[in-house]
Design a protein around this ligand. Structure first.
Ligand code: AGP
Length: 569
């Protein structure tokens, strides 16, 4: 979490341009923001405001924060300054207390509660006796934890960048170099990027750069020429990115299907082959991506494939992997720290790594032997919507190779049919708005859907929602059902067990909202296929969530306490 952008150019540019670039990364955190150039420091809580200033500069660093150490205050916002050093940092310096005590003994005075400020004092102190290159080597040695850090030194024309476990990439332009948390910050300026690996650092000037390893030895880095399916980053006629991104779902699915038949065809074949050759297939993912993996496991299981999925943050506690295991990571951002940690564990145990990501060249993709892109285009709203739909479509395409019966080509048309029920969904949202708790019940293929809908309702509508297995209800949760409690029931293909669970809550006065394909329900999805039901029912849930949140006047695209890319443990 946290987004950083630093620019160094031979020609002057507007300082506000850097802040505009930072705004593209606001999904990484939006507790506070700040920037520093030519002796001017600005930092403030709240969403990024691009300054009116006509100031021009040749070097700037900027930061958008997702708070970890220290509350959301102006003082804790980045950049942090100490002496002649100014820094921005993404990550967590785990041994910051110890380092801070040592620096305090040297007379250093701290003005924030953050772990990051330590880095500013650390470099300023080191620079008294050493050149910056050596200070960077020491920093990498002394710091425990994660960092993507930019360091600016007063009156110097070099920007220093260091990385461990938090993303950092250099965009190489004509007479301009841009350091950022991801390529989206500069994808309009250059398609040439150099990705930092762990414990590397670089000294970057306007027309040149030098990379070093952890020992300070110069290293040659490969420039990657990237191509990134980028939707326009404007909301167009939509009030929120969330709605825009839901409406893009049919287009995103079409693009994925085409790409699997063309540019990703060969890779797709290799991916499936690797799965077929592996004795054990274990998925790993977090949040919405985990729900997509659960659906994937369901589809594969239906065609006799032994597969499992484990939540990334608990991966190493609940699963054993070895050289016969293929670990498949699913991640929209490709930067989720829990997923990366799980992959490191898998690598240590000599498992093979594959991945399914949306953001190309992301860390997860670069850690994988083979990787498929879901080509959903940039997703700006914190809530995953179109990326989920494309993850599931890709899982269906994979399952088809194992014998799952599915025609993916008509998915876009069926999604459009869901959109036609928008008014009805909006009306239902008005009714749900009066409640603070909701239960979403599913069984089998609709169980992951229940969890996904509940997650959306929680993060965007701020309503307590429980997504659960219909069969588990009677083991406790049913005690919470009373007259009028809203319950969403997901009933696919006349699932009579699910119907019984619905009857059980109805008998206790619940108000049941049915999403179904074959029976009379509140919302109908047009499919008799188990695979498509998962996608279509989720979209009803996405729209319901959106309209409840809208009714409540909530910050839909940037819900409180969250960030799109979760790069802390
Ligand atoms: C979903 O709406 C979330 N905001 C969140 O659960 C997300 O899916 C999770 O953090 C995983 O992210 P990833 O797909 O980028 O790894």
């Amino acid at each position: 979490m946290c987004g950083i952008v630093g620019m160094v150019s031979a020609d002057e540019f507007y300082a506000r341009e850097a802040v505009q670039r930072l705004k593209r990364l606001e999904y990484r955190g939006y507790d506070s923001f700040g920037y520093y150039y030519d002796g001017k420091l600005f930092k403030k809580t709240g969403h990024i405001i691009v300054p009116e200033t006509k100031d021009r500069t040749k070097m700037i660093i900027t930061h958008t924060r997702w708070a970890t150490h220290g509350g959301v205050t102006d003082a804790n916002a980045h950049p942090h300054r100490a002496g002649k050093v100014t820094i921005v940092h993404n990550g967590i310096i785990e041994n910051y207390e110890e380092l801070r005590e040592g620096l305090k003994e040297k007379g250093r005075v701290f003005s924030s509660e953050t772990d990051s400020e330590v880095a500013a004092h650390y470099f300023d102190e080191k620079l008294k006796t050493k050149p910056m290159k050596e200070a960077c080597v020491d920093f990498i040695k002394d710091i425990k934890g994660e960092f993507a850090i930019l360091v600016m030194i007063d009156r110097e024309d070099t920007l220093y960048a260091l990385r461990r476990d938090s993303p950092m990439v250099l965009g190489v332009g004509e007479n301009i170099n841009i350091l950022a948390s991801d390529i989206y910050a500069f994808s309009d300026v250059t398609s040439k990027a150099i990705f930092f690996e762990n414990d590397e650092f670089a000294a970057v000037k306007s027309g040149s750069y030098t990379f070093y390893d952890r020992h300070g030895k110069e290293i040659k880095k490969k420039i990657q020429q990237f191509k990134w399916e980028q939707e326009e980053s404007t909301r167009e006629e939509y009030e929120h990115f969330m709605l825009k991104e839901i409406m893009e779902e049919p287009k995103a699915v079409r693009r994925l299907i085409l790409s699997l038949e063309t540019e990703q065809k060969e890779n797709f074949g290799k991916f499936v082959k690797l799965m077929k050759e592996s004795r054990k297939v274990t998925f790993v993912a977090s949040g919405t991506s985990y729900h997509a993996s659960l659906l994937g496991v369901y589809y594969l299981h239906k065609c006799g494939v032994e597969a499992q999925t484990i939540i990334a943050s608990e991966f190493e506690h609940f699963v054993g992997v070895d050289r016969n295991t293929l670990v498949v990571a699913i991640s929209q951002s490709g930067e989720t720290m829990d997923v990366i940690e799980a992959l490191k564990y898998a690598k240590k145990n000599r498992a093979k790594i594959a991945s399914i990501v949306n953001v190309p060249y992301s860390t997860v993709q670069r850690m994988s032997e083979i990787s498929l892109n879901i080509v959903a285009g940039q997703e700006i709203c914190v809530a995953a919507t179109k990326s989920f739909v494309n993850q599931v479509t890709l899982m269906l395409s994979i399952a088809r190779e194992f014998g799952f019966r599915i025609n993916t080509s008509n998915i876009p048309g069926k999604i459009e049919k869901i959109f036609r029920q928008k008014d009805k969904i909006e009306k239902m949202a008005k009714e749900l708005n009066r409640h603070n708790d909701i239960y979403v019940l599913g069984r089998g293929l609709s169980y992951p859907v229940a969890r996904e809908i509940a997650l959306k309702i929680k993060e965007i509508s701020y309503m307590h929602a429980e997504g659960m297995m219909g069969g588990e209800l009677k083991h406790g949760t049913i005690a919470l059902i009373e007259k009028g409690t809203p319950v969403i029931g997901l009933i696919s293909n006349k699932d009579y067990d699910m119907l019984s669970n619905i009857k059980e809550v109805e008998a206790r006065g619940a108000h049941v909202i049915k999403i179904t394909n074959e029976m009379k329900g509140d919302f109908m999805v047009d499919t008799s296929n188990d695979g498509k039901f998962g996608i279509l029912a989720t979209i009803v849930g996405q729209l319901l969530t959106y309209y409840v949140a809208k009714e409540r006047g909530l910050p839909i695209d940037k819900p409180r306490n969250l960030a799109k890319s979760v790069t802390v443990k």
